[in-house]
Design a protein around this ligand. Structure first.
Ligand SMILES: [Zn+2]
Length: 256
């Protein structure tokens, strides 16, 4: 399996071979450039594709034949949207997961409590969700994770077990932080692309077309379009005999 460690070892071996070879025959610098470019390309691929498991073991779906799927929401809680999502989930008696941003929980503690009381699971999605998060040191990342974990614990009295990286980007610094926190990292297998300003028909058509058993679906509770998408998606999934379960049940990692 392609991962950071094996890729780096192979890269170093290839470079050493070139250097040794260069003692006997003249090796064009193009070969060095090609190997370095390939290495950088693989590292970037590993960073940006969360399901590559390149840096961190990440659970993105569950292989099953039971037509079970799980719904997850990122980037909330948001006062104007998250409660409406909770209403839809309640109406269909569906349990989901909310990967929350620490600084959005502040002043929205009652929403976090409601998420928990209604049986959904809450995960850590960093404190700031900064667009520079991937450039933070491992220490700074850990501080963000602790800060969010503390806010969640103070609000609902439960310790967070799951983490989803902001933007789904992973790297060695994040691996260190996640290991320190003993988190299980959760990705997704079906991305709704619901934050890109598309209307609800387009978002819905994408998820309906790509839905398959074992999927962990990524929505965001920041776009008002999600309310209509969610209702119609649930109706579609149920009418096609899918069972929507909480993701910790889907992946058999339940503690309560
Ligand atoms: Zn996010």
């Amino acid at each position: 399996m392609l991962n950071f460690k094996t890729t780096t070892i192979v890269f170093i071996i290839l470079l050493l071979i070139l250097i040794i070879l260069n003692c006997f025959i003249s090796v064009s610098f193009i070969f060095y450039v090609l190997i370095i470019a390939l290495y950088v390309l693989l590292l970037s691929y590993g960073s940006y594709f969360i399901n590559s498991n390149f840096y961190i073991r990440t659970i993105c779906s569950k292989k099953n034949n039971n037509k079970e799927i799980a719904i997850t929401f990122d980037d909330g809680p948001v006062k104007e949207i998250t409660p409406l999502i909770l209403d839809v989930l309640k109406e269909f008696n569906i349990k989901a997961a909310f990967f929350c941003i620490g600084n959005r929980i502040i002043n929205n503690e009652s929403i976090l409590k409601q998420i928990d009381e209604e049986g959904h699971i809450i995960g850590n999605h960093s404190y700031s969700h900064s667009c520079y998060f991937d450039f933070f040191s491992s220490k700074k990342m850990t501080e963000e994770l602790i800060k969010t974990e503390d806010i969640i614990y103070q609000t609902i009295g439960k310790k967070v077990r799951f983490f989803r990286p902001p933007y789904g980007v992973t790297n060695p610094a994040l691996k260190k932080a996640v290991n320190k926190m003993k988190y299980t990292v959760i990705g997704w297998s079906l991305r709704s692309l619901d934050t890109k300003g598309k209307d609800h028909r387009k978002i819905l058509s994408r998820v309906k077309k790509r839905l398959k058993p074992g999927d962990i679906i990524l929505f965001h509770d920041i776009n008002p379009e999600i309310i209509n998408v969610l209702r119609e998606f649930i109706e579609y999934a149920l009418s096609n005999n899918y069972k929507i379960v909480r993701f910790d049940k889907l992946i058999n990692n339940v503690s309560d």
